[in-house]
Every structure is written in C-alpha cells, then in structure tokens.
Ligand binder design. Structure first.
Ligand SMILES: *Cc1c(COP(=O)(O)O)cnc(C)c1O
Length: 340
C-alpha cells in the first residue's frame, strides 16, 4: 500500500453523467473540469465524459483549456474565467477555444459567451450590449441554487427575460445544484461539475441524488503504539490518553490534503470506523484504535462509505474545497485510474 493512494473510478463518473443526462431532459451536459477536474484528473475525466456525450468541457483558465485541447482536438471547450492578456486571447483563438466575456469590448475571431450578472454579484454585465457575430452564447451563474431556490428562480427569471429575444443563441445558467433541483434553470445546456464526481452540491449524502463518489483515498497504519494514561500523541499534546489507548499513525497529513481541521473526523481502519485524534501534522495524523492493529492495516480516508461531505462538515468547509486540496503529486501520492 502506498502512503497516499488516490483512486479515481471513471466508471462512477460515467454513471453520474448518465444520471445527470436523464435529469436534464434534453439540456446538454457541459462538463466542468476546472481545477484538474476538482482534483480527479482533468484529461482522464474529460475523456470519459466526452464518451458519455458531454457537449462541452468547461474550465477556468486558458492554460487549463490548452491542456485539454492537446488531447481533444474537436471538443467544444469553454473558458469561464477572465482572460488576462491579448496574448491569452490569441492563444485561445488559435486553439479554437470559446470564452466567457463580460466586457463591453468583445474579442474578435473566436466564439464568445456573454455573461450576465443576474444576482451572483461577481463576473457579468448587468445588461446586454449589441451582439456581434462572435457571440454564440448567453450565460449567467446562480448564487444560491444549493441553498435558496427562491432566489435562484428569481435569477433564472431575470435571465430568461433579458435573453428571450436571443433564444436562438445557446443559453446556459445551471450548475449541478440547479440542474438537479431547479428545472427552469436548465435552458440549452447545464454546466455541471461537482455532481459528476459523485459529490453532493447540497453537502448531503450524494446517494440522495443517485450520485456515486468517484474518488477514494487510502493509506495504512505506519506505526501502532500503546499510550499509557497521561501520554499524548502529536504536536501541542492536544490528545492525551486517559486510559491505556492504542494509537495508529497514518502517514498522510495536511501537505497531502488531510487538513489540520480534520481532527475528530471518521476514517476506517481495516474496515472499522475510527476517529482521527490530536493535531494533524504535515505528513501524518493519528487515529484512536480500540485494540491493537497490525502495522500495515489499511486506512480508508475517502470512499467505501467515508464521504467528503462528512469530512467537510467536520472541517467547516465544503466537499469541493476538500477534494480540490488532495495532493496527487507523484512524489507524495500514487494516483490510480480505473474504469469499473
Ligand atoms: C465551477 C462552475 C460551475 C460548476 O459548478 P458545480 O457546482 O460544481 O456544478 C458552473 N458554472 C460556473 C460559471 C462555474 O464557475
């Protein structure tokens, strides 16, 4: 067993894509694979999703798009974030990328999606300018699809009203949460990210929406020791044994993406639920055992029922941030891709 083994199951991603395609009822599935596909591996994930019928790949930066263009010469690729320089626009043009734009000035010679701010309060124009031929799409982004559907519906209504005269253009507004729960938001395409990875946009059990987590993360017990009462494990002595206590040391820490605020979260040791205890260090964390376990016993940090949503709740963050932070650097981790 490697100290930090990350397995990405493309089969799960394919099944999630099929689940979304059924839900979308004709709206195209545009696969959001920014940030290295939320830590899952952009090229592998994009390949599976193009196979399953994704109509486009969406990323945040031109550099992310160029990596995909090198692998997928014909697929539609949309850069959703800002383009910083005329050099980047030239690269985008040469690679036949499409750009989200919210400036009065629309770059020439490539396909553009104008972004409207209907309530997100971030990127976007507040009204539509004259539309040159470069504009092939109109888009907006919802601020509360996961938390306040009524406000999201207002944004959708505003978007529909502004864009109805241009219904021949490709219109898109939904993210995963909206695609799943707000039918009126689906328009011609839905930009789904997190749900494709089998993660819940609502922070709930993804099974509630028929989604299956694609990433599992495993390690092992590298040391097992018995603490006597009064002995502690880890920096700052945050965990002190009150009675003789078996402790296992897992060689994964915050540099690997097991964040410092995950103290107390549940992992599995040899299939049994166990809690992390004490301060998480850069390269290791401790788990409390209820009996002696052999060195080498497998530890499941994610997968097999251990949900990113649950770790995120303990850490006071969201599943998105957690998976984006898993470090797949080959000097620290082994990444395995399966298609089961
Ligand atoms: C990241 C992003 C999405 C995808 O959101 P999910 O919640 O992961 O589905 C959609 N649209 C835009 C503009 C984004 O930045």
């Amino acid at each position: 067993m490697h100290r930090s083994e990350i397995t990405v199951d493309l089969g799960a991603i394919r099944r999630n894509a099929r689940t979304l395609l059924r839900v979308l009822e004709g709206s195209q599935l545009w696969a959001v694979v920014k940030a290295n596909a939320y830590g899952h591996g952009a090229v592998d994930v994009a390949g599976a999703l193009v196979d399953e019928g994704a109509g486009a790949l969406c990323v945040a930066t031109v550099a992310e798009a160029l990596e995909l263009r090198a692998e997928f010469s014909l697929v539609r690729i949309l850069v959703m974030g800002p383009t910083a320089s005329s050099r980047e626009v030239a690269e985008a043009r040469a690679a036949k990328l499409e750009l989200a734009v919210w400036d009065e000035e629309i770059p020439e010679g490539l396909r553009v999606h104008l972004k409207l701010d209907t309530g997100m309060g971030r990127w976007g124009l507040s009204e539509l300018p004259n539309l040159p031929a470069e504009v092939v799409g109109l888009m907006t982004h919802l601020a509360t699809a996961d938390s306040d559907p009524a406000f999201a519906e207002q944004q959708v209504a505003r978007f529909r009203e502004t864009t109805d005269p241009y219904s021949d253009l490709m219109r898109h507004a939904a993210n995963s949460a909206a695609a799943l729960r707000i039918p009126s938001s689906r328009f011609d395409a839905s930009r789904c990210g997190v749900a494709l990875y089998g993660l819940s946009p609502f922070g709930e059990d993804p099974a509630a929406d028929g989604l299956e987590p694609a990433l599992s993360w495993r390690s092992y017990l590298a040391q097992v020791k018995l603490l006597e009462p009064g002995e502690s494990a880890g920096y700052g002595r945050r965990f002190v044994a009150e009675r003789p206590t078996w402790i296992g040391i897992v060689p994964v820490g915050y540099a690997d993406g097991f964040r410092r605020d995950l103290t107390g979260t549940e992992v599995r040791v040899a299939g049994e639920p166990r809690r992390s205890v004490g301060t998480v260090s850069m390269d290791a964390f401790a788990v409390e055992l209820d009996h002696e376990e052999p060195v080498g016993a497998p530890v499941t940090i994610l997968g097999a029922g251990i949900l990113a949503e649950e770790h995120a709740r303990v850490a006071g963050t969201i599943n998105y941030e957690l998976v984006c932070g898993i470090n797949a650097d080959p000097r620290r981790a082994r990444r395995v891709v399966v298609d089961a």
